[in-house]
Ligand binder design. Structure first.
Ligand code: SF4
Length: 417
């Protein structure tokens, strides 16, 4: 699963000119982005801290019915039916497990309510080794034009150690099959800091990824928290789940820095903390989040945000499948409390999300939207971070420095009061 596509809440993760892709994202205006969560997986990866799981297949039909019901209810409750959609993202989980006929059913359900814009970006996350010709044909028929492969590494030992089921050769075969079908807009996900990763194995993974030449590459550093088996084991100092073979934080940071260097040298521009693209391959769906454009999320643990007349409202679905399905089966929305963000909170989020992008955020953008006094107060509050070398300012734009980007979780968290 892509850590960004599920509408990240601001809970904490070289200066370059703003890219044309980012500018085009700014012109998304009122069109919506949709995120559909498909939380079914073949195995539970040891590092996974999402609500996805190996749920019984018998729940699948009911889950799809809940998704369809939820889309109808949200469209009615928020008066957003009939509008245009310019980014659509099926994440999870493993949406590539969805049978071809069910993928088409879901796409039709979406089209009954919304109209995809002519150039809409439609991404589907796929686990290597789960793609068949019939799957790919169904995705094309459904409108999918971008596929993100959750490969994480080219090294068998690393892939196995975290419980993923594919083989490295599956990735090569899948890339060929996707390209044969005309799907060229591809992303490969990598993780720095996997168990058994060494500098040599990481260099090899980077080299083979560059050889595969996808327009987009995402690289995450292994997250260590209480929400995954491996994270809990590492925090407890244990050795299970190959925790003993996880590189320490400094080595993981070194691996990440090496990736940034190598990708830049090969022409993949880092446009966000974890995301790299060439040839206009930026993820327009993820750009939407950082630009605070409206999105609706459906399914387990999905997040939504709508902005109208200066008001910004957010909500999230539960992370428990039973709770999510029980609400929809009873004809109710499953979402938790709808939060209306104060102007101060919106300003903090604009900074928090804008700084994720290498292009940063302009003070003029902030003063155009927020009261000058509030922006000035924020500017004064972040001055120490400029002095500490975490942030830099030039030509009226504020950006993370390369060091600030490496420590982005703590730096960005400080922006939220
Ligand atoms: S495939 Fe993705 S969502 Fe599923 S368990 Fe692994 S990391 Fe989590």
């Amino acid at each position: 699963m892509n850590r960004l596509a599920n509408a990240p809440a601001p809970d904490g993760r070289d200066a370059s000119a703003e890219s044309s892709a980012e500018s085009s994202a700014e012109s998304f205006t009122d069109a919506l982005g949709l995120y559909i969560s498909f939380p079914f997986c073949r195995s539970k990866c040891s590092y996974c801290n999402f609500a996805s799981n190996v749920f019984p297949p018998r729940l699948l039909d009911g889950y799809l019915a809940c998704l369809e019901r939820e889309m109808e209810l949200v469209a009615e409750a928020e008066s957003v039916g009939g509008g245009s959609v310019d980014t659509l993202y099926w994440g999870g989980g493993t949406p590539s497990l969805l049978a071809p006929d069910l993928a088409l059913r879901l796409a039709q359900a979406i089209r009954r309510i919304w109209t995809p814009a002519p150039e809409a970006e439609f991404t589907l996350e796929a686990a290597p080794g789960t793609l068949s010709t019939a799957h790919i044909a169904a995705w094309r028929a459904a409108g999918v034009n971008r596929v993100s492969l959750g490969m994480q590494s080219w090294q068998e030992a690393e892939i196995r150690s975290v419980g993923r089921l594919h083989r490295a050769e599956d990735v090569t075969r899948d890339l060929e099959a996707l390209r044969r079908a005309g799907l060229e807009n591809l992303n490969l996900d990598l993780i720095a800091g996997l168990p058994h990763q060494t500098e040599a194995s990481w260099r090899d993974t980077l080299a083979r990824t560059l050889d595969a030449a996808p327009p987009h590459i995402s690289i995450y550093m292994l997250e260590v928290d209480e929400d995954s088996r491996l994270g809990r084991e590492l925090l407890a100092g244990g050795a299970r789940y190959h925790a003993h073979a996880v590189p320490d934080d400094d080595r993981t940071a070194d691996f990440f820095e090496l990736a940034v260097e190598q990708l830049a040298a090969a022409g993949w521009r880092q446009y966000e903390i974890s995301n790299f693209a060439r040839d206009g391959g930026e993820s327009r769906h993820n750009l939407r989040y950082w630009a605070r454009r409206p999105y609706l999320g459906f399914g387990l643990e999905a997040h939504s945000m709508l902005r109208r007349d200066g008001e910004e409202r957010r909500w999230a679905n539960p992370a428990e499948l039973k709770e999510y399905m029980a609400a929809l089966e009873a004809g109710r929305l499953a979402r938790g409390e709808v939060e209306a963000l104060s102007p101060q909170r919106q300003l903090e989020e604009a900074l928090f999300l804008g700084l994720r992008r290498n292009a940063g955020i302009g003070w003029d953008e902030l003063t155009a939207e927020f009261k000058a006094g509030a922006v000035e107060a924020k500017r004064a509050a972040i001055t120490p971070m400029l002095a500490q070398g975490m942030l830099e300012e030039s030509q009226g734009r504020l950006r993370l420095t390369p060091r600030g980007r490496m420590l982005s979780t703590s730096v960005l968290a400080e922006l939220l009061e």
